[in-house]
Design a protein around this ligand. Structure first.
Ligand code: NAP
Length: 506
């Protein structure tokens, strides 16, 4: 009986569901892993905390939400879509793409929606993972693959007085939890943060609101980017002329790799990008004081490089005020800031959008994972820093795989490329367990340590460590636990063949 059939017959929260593989999450990672396991005939169930697939592209529905990597590259290599309507697609089209993939591969029947995993425990005697959801359901599996990613737990900073502000009848929400029931037209709106999400929101809402206060702690480098629709004729060419779509994908890939080369090998080259970023400010912003406020003082690429042709126009709109003073507290009326001399200003605000990012380097703490002997992975990672072998498997944690795990996010190219490399690697590892007639595999500590020592050595000269900024790529000790250290083709090479010699089997 397959898990899907078993799930149909098993009442929730009574009998544990047994499967070979639990996949956590149904975004690009979880869906891609499911397709690969399906292809290989390995049984699996997908546990999804929400009530729909899509991950990031389900959650982020804020106005203007789009991908900052071109869609011909930000999509599965095995599921090309010739008719992307924009070079950088908007959220609804990407979510539609994922819905289409889900239907095509019949994945919905394997998914348990509303299944929020909060605990996984390895049973030494049984050599199986027991995975628990907050709803009390239990799943027993030989393998666990986390496709949860690192950008799904909204971070709302703790501001004094926020409760009083909300109690007074005002609205506030995170960019990834946009409340579409709150009307912003004609309202005084505050956007806190100037990262990837904020720069897409600002130009989209400025026309509707009465006033827009943009609270900027650190300006971002924002490069020019025309995102015109791809003409239908061109879409037809991609669909019908052999080689054109792959050629477009390859061109996008290598262009982005060139930026990756500068970021990892020659950060000085990024000065060229800074010239483009400064031009982008100059062409939309006439006020020299505002231009200065918007110009970063760190090397481009140190924080994620953003792209927009419309952001600075939105910022220069007479309705927008860029507030760079420190946020002190919320009041029932709005937000109080203080300048360098301690002089306080209160601005009345009806709606607050927290475009303040996500829990990234601590996102793993939200699932309690206990390995053999009850070893607590969260404790270990809190003590030693988040480390894995090739960002996927973890010493001492059998049959556990992370997609977009430690040091495998990117600052320059499509993470879908990384995810596909990891899926292939994890599937090879599962096959290796079977081939060895074993129950489990674990990377050796020596292999993991060697790998991470080299990774950190390569990260040292990159723009993320030397660029003069503090980003969420770094943990609280300033160590980059987030990004891959080189070009993505190097990661592809590093994961292309599963190396059994780096593992112990039992
Ligand atoms: P983010 O890049 O982490 O930006 C958060 C912003 O909030 C920063 O400007 C940060 O300032 C500010 N902030 C945080 N805490 C604050 C506080 N206490 N007071 C004032 N400001 C505060 O978050 P994001 O914009 O949501 O983007 C996160 C990531 O999601 C991106 O880097 C990207 O990987 C992904 N994303 C991708 C796309 C896409 O197009 N593919 C779109 C959106 C998001 P500091 O810089 O000073 O910390």
């Amino acid at each position: 009986m397959t898990v899907a059939e078993q799930a149909d017959r098993t009442p929730a929260a009574t009998v544990p569901v047994r499967t070979r593989t639990v996949i956590i999450g149904s975004g690009f990672s979880g869906l891609g892993m499911a397709i690969e396991l399906q292809r290989r005939g390995v049984d699996f169930v997908i546990l999804e905390k929400a009530d729909e697939i899509g991950g990031t592209w389900r959650d982020n529905t804020y106005p203007g939400c789009a991908c900052d990597i071109p869609s011909h590259m930000y999509s599965f290599s095995f599921e090309p879509k010739p008719d992307w309507t924009h070079m950088w697609s908007f959220q609804p089209e990407i979510q539609d793409y994922l819905l289409g993939v889900t239907e095509k591969y019949g994945l919905r029947r394997y998914i348990r929606f509303g299944a929020h995993v909060d605990r996984a425990q390895w049973d030494d005697a049984e050599q199986r993972w027991h995975v628990f959801t907050t709803g009390g359901d239990e799943f027993v599996a030989q393998f666990v693959v986390s496709g949860a990613g690192g950008l799904h737990i909204p971070l709302i900073p703790e501001f004094e007085g926020l409760d009083d502000y909300l109690a007074a009848g005002n609205a506030a929400f995170h960019s990834a939890q946009w409340d579409h029931d709150v009307a912003i037209a004609g309202k005084r709106v505050a956007v806190i943060g100037t990262g990837a999400s904020a720069i897409q929101i600002v130009p989209e809402i400025v026309g509707d609101v009465a006033e827009l206060y943009l609270y900027q702690r650190t300006p971002a480098w924002v490069m020019p980017r025309p995102n015109n629709p791809i003409p239908e004729r061109m879409q037809q060419v991609f669909a019908n002329v052999p080689g054109t779509r792959p050629a477009m994908r390859a061109a996008i890939y290598w262009l982005h790799e060139a930026v990756g080369f500068a970021m990892t090998q020659q950060p000085r080259l990024l000065k060229l990008g800074e010239l483009a970023g400064k031009w982008n400010i100059r062409r939309s912003v006439k006020d020299p004081q505002l231009r200065r406020k918007l110009t970063p003082d760190y090397r481009a690429g140190c924080k994620r490089i953003l792209n927009s042709d419309t952001y600075y126009r939105g910022v220069a709109d007479p309705k927008t005020e860029v507030v760079t003073e420190h946020i002190m507290r919320f009041t029932p009326r709005g937000i109080v800031t203080a300048d360098a001399q301690g002089h306080e200003t209160e601005r009345a605000v009806d709606v607050v959008v927290f475009a303040t990012g996500f829990h990234v380097t601590d996102s793993y703490t939200y699932v309690d994972i206990k390995g053999p002997g009850g070893e607590d992975l969260v404790d270990r990672w809190n003590r030693e820093g988040i480390e894995a072998l090739r960002g996927i498997t973890v010493a001492g944690m059998p049959n556990l795989f992370f997609l977009l795990g430690p040091n495998t996010a990117l600052g320059h190219n499509s993470v879908v490329f990384m995810i596909e490399s990891q899926i292939r690697y994890a599937a090879q590892a599962i096959a290796a367990v079977d081939r060895a007639g074993a129950q489990a595999l674990t990377p050796t500590r020596a292999a993991q340590d060697r790998y991470n020592a080299e990774l950190q050595r390569q990260l040292a000269p990159t723009v993320w460590s030397t660029g003069g900024c503090h980003s969420w790529y770094l943990d609280e000790h300033g160590v980059n636990r987030t990004l891959w250290s080189g070009m993505t083709w190097q990661y592809w090479l590093a994961t292309r063949r599963f190396k059994a010699s780096e593992y112990s089997f039992c």
